[in-house]
Design a protein around this ligand. Structure first.
Ligand code: C2E
Ligand code: CA
Ligand code: CA
Length: 545
């Protein structure tokens, strides 16, 4: 910035020096100012005020000048003062902003540093790894994603402080077996990655395996802490990139997924499997869509006829849920029911299925012809594990005013595992209310004879895997014969599902099977099609959908 030389008889110089306002009405008539060099420039009258920086330091002056004698009115002085104040306020805002920016820069630097190094273990973090390995050509890269799979249990057992000490041990143990050229990076208190750039591609997999073995060995011995011997189970996921095929971030993502894949299938060491990842991704997407499906009424029921073995009459049907999702298209129950059980969505879904099926039954039973027509409804073991399951069902049946003996609830054998006394209580209550119960997929699970004895079961559905090849397999034939005689002995109704052709149908009739179900008659059908074909007395304009 250009600077002007100042002398002590300049107006502004005096204002700056005294840090006070100065008023000169006519310099020509004043002994103090008559030699002022500004007069030559026509500055005869002057009114000026000092301008200060926010820290009090003088910055300059704000002044008004005239080339003739002049009285400065108070209004003019007030205006000058107002302008001074507004300039000073603007200056303080600029100053504050600069301070904030400085503070922000300092903070981002600290965050960046935090991102780079983890204080507890003093290890570089994944950001550091990403920066390093992304900027450098890596021919053959391997990443082991190492997880302490019992981190939460150990933390709850040791307490927070000792758990942190334990974290240090966890890291230092792996550090102790680190070969030359490999590096360790912090991911979380229970996870780290070991990265190795291997020169020869053919050594990549064997190096990964050796490193995983070394890690497992180092944790084979229990770790002593607070007089406790703690075994640290690790899960190791591995991903490899031959000849620069994948970026560092991609290999890291694959190793992370591999670790989870391995843990889920009970393996300590697992190399990334793209097929498995595809499956996981699909399962994740399905689970994510449940909420949308409920909101947009995407679920609906299909009905499959059940035929009497003695006279070929349709006596009832099984309600089977269907889902057409906007994003995923048609998703079948074999895929989404187990996922809904895992996510908990089955409770809401099961409730909806019950309401929907009971409302259909009510509609059908309004016609005299269908008074004994029955509906089979599949019940998940998660529903049975609810304390109030039987009360809820009984309440619903009363609310819909349907005949309870026309309702068959189908349970699989897994429903009886784990919640024995509760399930028994539900079954007894349901039986008292007149509701019938079936054991579905009979023959596929655990030896189930005790279930037939202990629980008030009325119906057994022989699994379709035995029926599908009944006409070809002697073994299936003997098994079905055995189940049918057992049924007679225990006074059970037997349903065979999966009947696909006339031969199987005739064979089952010959064996005096009570009921049959399968593609031979029909696949599960839309409600309207089912009613038109099997329940013609139901008026079609009644459908309230
Ligand atoms: P599931 O209860 O054993 O149902 C019978 C399955 O066999 C149905 O498959 C049906 O379409 C199929 N099926 C019927 N006849 C034949 C045949 O002749 N040949 C062959 N190959 N298959 C036949 P879907 O509808 O795909 O259901 C599969 C499973 O999903 C059901 O097995 C059941 O475990 C579950 N599921 C279906 N709907 C529901 C539901 O509403 N609630 C619950 N909790 N589970 C359901
Ligand atoms: Ca079933
Ligand atoms: Ca079945």
């Amino acid at each position: 910035m250009a600077k002007e030389a100042v002398s002590d008889d300049l107006y502004c110089y005096n204002v700056v020096q005294s840090n006070q306002a100065l008023e000169v009405n006519n310099a020509l008539t004043s002994a103090k100012w008559d030699s002022n060099p500004d007069i030559k420039l026509g500055m005869v009258a002057y009114y000026g005020v000092p301008l200060n920086l926010p820290n009090g330091e003088n910055f300059g002056t704000f002044c008004i000048l005239d080339d003739h004698e002049r009285e400065f009115a108070q209004k003019v002085k007030d205006l000058i003062d107002l302008l001074r104040k507004s300039i000073e306020i603007s200056l303080s805002l600029v100053h504050e902003f600069e301070e904030i920016s400085l503070e922000k820069d300092k903070l981002s630097l600290e965050i960046e540093e935090l991102d780079q190094f983890h204080s507890l273990t003093n290890l570089p973090t994944q950001f550091n790894a990403n920066e390093y390995y992304s900027s450098k050509a890596h021919e053959n890269l391997l990443i082991l994603f190492i997880r302490n799979v019992q981190a939460y249990e150990i933390r709850d057992n040791l307490g927070l402080f000792d758990a942190q000490r334990f974290t240090k041990v966890f890291y230092s143990k792996v550090k102790s077996i680190l070969p030359e050229g490999a590096a360790l990076y912090y991911i979380s208190n229970s996870e780290m990655i070991l990265v190795h750039d291997v020169e020869q591609a053919e050594l990549l997999e064997v190096t990964a395996q050796d490193l995983a073995n070394a890690v497992q060995q180092v944790f084979a011995e229990p770790i002593q802490m607070n007089n406790k011997n703690i075994i640290l189970p690790t899960g190791i996921g591995c991903a490899l990139s031959y000849k620069n095929k994948f970026s560092f971030a991609e290999v890291l993502d694959m190793a992370t997924v591999a670790c989870t894949q391995g843990t889920k299938s009970g393996k300590h060491f697992h190399i990334f499997n793209p097929e498995q990842q595809k499956k996981h991704r699909r399962h994740y997407e399905i689970t994510q869509q449940f909420a949308y499906a409920f909101e947009h009424n995407e679920f609906y029921l299909n009905y499959q006829p059940i035929i009497s073995g003695s006279d070929n009459q349709v006596v009832g049907c099984e309600a089977l849920v269907r889902w057409k999702n906007e994003k995923l298209g048609m998703v079948f129950p074999d895929e989404f029911i187990p996922l809904s059980e895992k996510s908990g969505a089955i409770l809401q879904l099961g409730d909806w299925i019950l309401d929907e099926a009971l409302s259909s039954l009510k509609r059908w039973q309004q016609e005299e012809d269908n008074k004994n027509f029955y509906i089979s409804i599949n019940i998940s073991s998660n529903q049975l594990a609810q304390e109030d399951f039987s009360d809820q069902i009984i309440k619903k049946i009363r609310a819909f005013c349907v005949n309870p003996t026309c309702i068959l609830l189908e349970f699989t054998e897994t429903a009886f595992l784990g919640h024995g006394p509760l399930v028994l209580k539900h079954c007894q209550k349901l039986a008292e209310a007149g509701i019938r119960m079936a054991l579905d997929d009979f023959g596929t699970g655990f030896p189930s004879l005790s279930h037939l004895h202990d629980f008030p079961i009325n119906v057994v559905k022989i699994d379709k895997s035995f029926i599908l090849n009944l006409d070809k397999s002697e073994r299936s034939n003997q098994l079905v014969k055995g189940i049918l005689s057992l049924g007679k002995l225990l006074d059970l109704t037997i349903v065979a599902e999966g009947v696909e052709n006339q031969d199987v149908c005739e064979q089952l009739q010959h064996l005096r099977c009570d009921y049959m179900q399968g593609y031979y008659w029909n696949r599960p059908m839309l409600q309207q099609d089912f009613e038109i074909q099997y329940l013609p007395s139901v008026k079609q304009n009644n459908i309230e959908k």
